[in-house]
Design a protein around this ligand. Structure first.
Ligand SMILES: [Fe+2]
Length: 171
C-alpha cells in the first residue's frame, strides 16, 4: 500500500476505537486536524495533529509507548517533522503541566491517568531544546481541544489532501 492509502486505512480503522471518554479515535483525529487548520497551521503540523494517535489503530499492533509508535510509523512515510511533532505530544503535555498554571485542570481524565505512567510533569531538555518544540505545544492544544462530541471535525478527504501535499513536498 502507498502512504496515502495506508493513511486512509489507519484513519478509518480508528472508528469505534475508544481511548478518550467523549469521542472515538477517528473523531479525535479529525477534530485535532480541524483545530490545526483553524489555527492556520502548516500542512505538516495539520497532518501530525491528525495522526498523533495513529498508534491506537488496530492495524499497527503497537507494542510500545504510543508516542514512540506514532513517530516510528510516520517518519518513513511523511518525514522527520511530521513524525517528531506527532511523537512529541506526550512530552508537550508533560511540559505544559509543569509550566502552565491551570493546564492540568483542563486535561481529560484519560490524559491525567496516563500522565503518571508516562513519567509525570517535567520539562525535558530534549524537548525544549528542539527547534520544533513550539509547534509541538500547538499540536498538544489541538489534541486537548479534540475531545468534545459537539466539536466540528475535518473530513478524511481533507486530511488526505493535506497528506498528499506533504508527500508532494517530499518528492
Ligand atoms: Fe490525542
Amino acid at each position: 500500500m502507498r502512504p496515502l492509502e495506508e493513511t486512509e486505512a489507519v484513519l478509518r480503522s480508528l472508528r469505534g476505537v475508544w481511548d478518550e471518554e467523549a469521542v472515538d479515535e477517528l473523531d479525535h483525529a479529525l477534530q485535532a486536524a480541524a483545530c490545526a487548520m483553524a489555527d492556520g497551521a502548516d500542512d505538516e503540523l495539520v497532518l501530525a495533529a491528525a495522526l498523533h494517535d495513529v498508534a491506537h489503530s488496530p492495524l499497527l499492533g503497537a507494542s510500545s509507548a504510543h508516542d514512540e509508535e506514532a513517530r516510528r510509523w510516520l517518519r518513513p512515510r511523511f518525514g522527520d517533522r511530521v513524525a517528531w511533532l506527532a511523537g512529541a505530544h506526550v512530552a508537550a503535555k508533560q511540559y505544559l503541566v509543569a509550566t502552565e498554571p491551570g493546564y492540568a485542570a483542563g486535561l481529560s481524565e484519560t490524559s491525567v491517568r496516563s500522565l503518571a505512567a508516562q513519567g509525570g510533569a517535567h520539562v525535558d531538555e530534549g524537548f525544549t531544546g528542539h527547534e520544533w518544540w513550539p509547534d509541538a505545544v500547538r499540536l498538544r492544544r489541538y489534541d486537548d481541544a479534540a475531545k468534545d462530541p459537539e466539536a466540528p471535525g475535518a473530513t478524511i478527504a481533507e486530511v488526505l489532501d493535506v497528506a498528499e501535499r506533504v508527500l508532494a513536498g517530499r518528492a
